[in-house]
Write a protein that binds this ligand. Structure first.
Ligand code: ZN
Length: 138
């Protein structure tokens, strides 16, 4: 999806849409800033790893996926609502996304790497800093 298209849909929607396929989304850039400030070295969009992860920390053999709560179904999250119309359509779409995420995480694990998911809603607060400190202990 092109950025021009994204700008035409509502803000909430564009946030959701951009979260699934686009690179360099706002939450992703926020995560990179935090990584920088904490002194992590990272690479972006490594196509040679399963799911071409958003952010890769080679030193810790860790990949970070920045997931939008809506599309990737963050459990018990207020942003992971289901639209009231075309419920079945959305549910099958969500199911496919979650399945795909699981498969990618499984593949990452099978090659001896660790994958960490940063949810869009966590990025605004300090939660991801704790998650990052855990990576260092891996
Ligand atoms: Zn969330």
């Amino acid at each position: 999806m092109s950025s021009e298209v994204i700008h035409e849909v509502s803000e909430q929607r564009s946030r959701n849409m951009s979260a699934i396929k686009s690179k360099n989304t706002k939450p992703e850039i926020a995560v990179r800033k935090i990584l920088h400030s904490m002194g992590y070295r990272f690479r972006l969009h490594r196509k040679d790893l399963p799911g071409s992860p958003d952010i890769v920390l080679p030193k810790y053999k860790t990949v970070i996926f920045v997931h939008g709560c809506f599309w990737h179904r963050h459990e018990n999250c207020k942003y992971a609502s289901t639209p009231k119309t075309r419920k079945e359509f959305w549910e099958s779409k969500f199911k496919a996304n979650v399945k795909r995420d699981k498969e990618i995480q499984e593949k990452i694990k099978n090659i001896g790497w660790q994958s960490v998911v940063f949810w869009e809603c966590e990025i605004k607060n300090e939660k991801i800093k704790d998650k990052l400190l855990e990576i260092k202990n891996y």
